[in-house]
Design a binder for this molecule. Structure first.
Ligand code: DLL
Length: 449
C-alpha cells in the first residue's frame, strides 16, 4: 500500500485545502511580514544588547548599537552565535532574563563536554505551543485527533514540545515517550491514534515491531506522522508512508532556537514553512560566512524575533539546506526550507568526496531484499579513509543472496554517490534500533588535534 490519497487522509482532493490555524499570520503578504520582522528584530537586538553581556561586548567591538539596525538587511552586520558560545557560557550566560523569571529549562547532552542549556519564560512557552500547534495543523492534524507522542519526554525538547503543541491545538495527547515499543503498537491501535509524533527512525522501529506482532498498523486510525529531529531522505519518507499507511510530514526545530515547530511541512510536502513572524532565516556559505542568494545550498542561520529568555542572533545551525520564497499551493506566504540534507558535522569527507549519510540512505532504502536500517562505519587505514556500510536483509532473505546484495549496494553507491565502499550484509535485527535520534555513523577515525 502506498501513501494515502488526500481523500483518505480526510483532506479535500484537488486543490490544497487552504485552511490555517493562524490565518492572518500564516498568509500575511511578504511586505507586511518584513515590516513585522524588522520591528521584532530591533526589539530582539535591544533585548540581547541590554541583558546579555557577551552580545553587548561583541556588538560594541564592531562599533554597533541596537539603533544601527535600520533594515532587515542589517542583520548581516550582527555577529554569529555558535553552539560553543552556549557551552562556554554554561549554564545561563546567554540568558537575557534572570533564572527566577524563567518557566522551564531544557538541555541537550552533547557528545563531548558540557550540555547546552536553553531557557524559556512563560511567554516563550506560550509562543512555542502556538507554533507547534500551527505546525501540526499545517501538517493535517486537527482538534479532537488522538496524537500518539513517541518523542522522548525530558530534557530533549521533542516530547514536551509536541505535547503542548498538540494540547494547544485541542488534540487528545497520549504522552508515551520513546521505548516499550510493543506496548506502543497496542496503544496506537486501541486508542485509534490519528497522528503519530516520533523520529523517522523510531517510526520505522514501531512499524517493524508491529509486523513482528502480526499487527498491521495500516488498518488502524493513523493518517498523519510528524517526523523530525534527524535527517531523513525522500526514500525513507516513502518507506515509512507505505509501512504505516499515513502521510509522513517533516517537522524541524532545534533547542537553541525553540524546539520542534520552527518549521513544518504543509500538505503540499514541498519544503517546510519556516515561521517568519517569529524567526529570521538566512542561508550562508559555511566557509566565508557570507549570505547566499535564495535557492543556493548552504548553512541555515536563524535569528529569533520574539524569544525573551534566550534571544539568538544569527545562530549557526550547521544544518545544510536551501530556502525558497516562491508561493506555495497551500496559500501560506512563509519561506520554505527545503529538506535538510544533513549537518555540517555529519558530513564525511571520503577521499576528498563530501558525503552526507542521507545520500547513502537514499540509495539503500527501498532496494530489494534489504531492510531500511543501516549504519556507516568510517575507519582510517594508513592515510586512507575506508567506509563500510552495514545493511540488513529483509526478513526471509535467502543467505545465498548476501554476496550479490553486497555487490549490488556497493555498485549503486559508487555510481550515485561516487565513493567506493565495503558493504557488510547482516541478518535481520543486527543493526541497533533507535528510540530517538538514530546513530547512523560510527566514526572510528582518530580525532585530530
Ligand atoms: O531535535 C527538536 C525537534 C524535536 C525537532 C522533534 C523536530 C522534532 P535538537 O535536539 O536541539 O532539537 O536537535 C536539533 O536536529 O539542528 C538538525 O540537525 C536536526 N533536525 C531536527 N529536525 C530535523 C529535520 C530537536 N526535520 C537538530 N530534518 C537540528 C533534519 C533535523 N534534521
Amino acid at each position: 500500500m502506498g501513501a494515502l490519497s488526500r481523500a483518505e487522509t480526510g483532506l479535500r482532493a484537488g486543490q490544497a485545502e487552504r485552511s490555517f490555524l493562524h490565518a492572518e499570520q500564516e498568509t500575511m503578504p511578504r511586505e507586511r511580514l518584513a515590516q513585522l520582522q524588522l520591528g521584532r528584530l530591533q526589539t530582539t537586538v535591544r533585548n540581547a544588547f541590554d541583558n546579555v553581556p557577551l552580545v553587548r561586548q561583541r556588538l560594541e567591538a564592531k562599533g554597533l548599537q541596537p539603533a544601527d539596525i535600520g533594515s532587515l538587511a542589517d542583520v548581516a552586520l550582527l555577529p554569529f552565535t555558535v553552539k560553543t558560545d552556549l557551552r562556554d557560557q554554561y549554564p545561563f550566560g546567554l540568558f537575557a532574563r534572570p533564572c527566577d523569571q524563567l518557566a522551564r529549562l531544557h538541555a541537550s547532552s552533547g557528545t563531548t563536554g558540557k550540555a547546552t542549556v536553553v531557557g524559556y519564560t512563560k511567554e516563550d512557552l506560550d509562543t512555542w505551543a502556538d507554533l507547534m500547534a500551527r505546525s501540526m495543523y499545517a501538517a493535517g492534524a486537527r482538534r479532537g485527533d488522538v496524537v500518539h507522542n513517541a518523542y522522548g519526554y525530558g530534557l530533549f525538547t521533542g516530547g514536551l514540545g509536541a505535547h503542548y503543541g498538540a494540547e494547544r491545538l485541542g488534540a487528545v495527547v497520549v504522552p508515551v515517550s520513546g521505548g516499550s515499543t510493543e506496548r506502543q503498537v497496542g496503544l496506537i491501535m486501541d486508542f485509534k491514534a490519528r497522528v503519530l509524533c516520533a523520529t523517522p527512525s523510531y517510526a520505522l522501529a514501531i512499524a517493524e515491531v508491529a509486523q513482528q506482532q502480526g499487527i498491521d498498523l495500516r488498518t488502524g486510525g493513523l493518517r498523519i506522522g510528524l517526523f523530525g529531529a534527524e535527517p531523513w531522505s525522500t526514500a525513507m519518507r516513502r518507506e515509512i508512508e507505505s509501512r504505516l499507511g499515513l502521510k509522513a510530514m517533516d517537522v524541524y526545530g532545534l533547542s537553541e532556537i525553540m524546539g520542534p515547530g520552527v518549521a513544518c511541512e504543509c500538505e503540499c510536502q514541498d519544503g517546510l514553512h519556516g515561521w517568519e513572524d517569529h524567526f529570521l532565516f538566512e542561508v550562508i556559505d559555511p566557509e566565508t560566512g557570507l549570505a547566499l542568494p535564495e535557492g543556493e545550498a548552504g548553512e541555515l542561520v536563524i535569528t529569533t524575533l520574539t524569544k525573551q529568555a534566550l534571544p539568538m542572533l544569527r545562530y549557526r545551525t550547521r544544518d545544510i539546506t536551501r530556502l525558497t520564497t516562491a508561493p506555495c499551493d497551500c496559500g501560506r506566504t512563509h519561506v520554505r526550507i527545503l529538506r535538510i540534507t544533513g549537518r555540517n558535522d555529519d558530513m564525511l569527507i571520503i577521499r576528498g568526496v563530501n558525503v552526507y549519510p542521507s545520500q547513502i540512505e537514499a540509495v539503500l532504502v527501498g532496494r530489494p531484499n534489504i531492510a531500511p536500517h543501516y549504519q556507516l562505519v568510517v575507519e582510517r587505514r594508513g592515510i586512507l579513509d575506508i567506509v563500510s556500510i552495514e545493511v540488513e536483509t529483509a526478513p526471509g532473505t535467502d543467505a545465498e543472496l548476501f554476496g550479490a546484495i553486497a555487490r549490488d549496494v556497493a555498485h549503486h553507491i559508487k555510481s550515485r554517490v561516487g565513493i567506493t565502499t565495503q558493504v557488510s550484509v547482516l541478518s535481520p535485527g543486527a543493526i541497533p534500533r533507535s528510540q530517538g535520534k538514530a546513530v547512523r555513523v560510527r566514526d572510528l577515525r582518530p580525532r585530530e588535534g
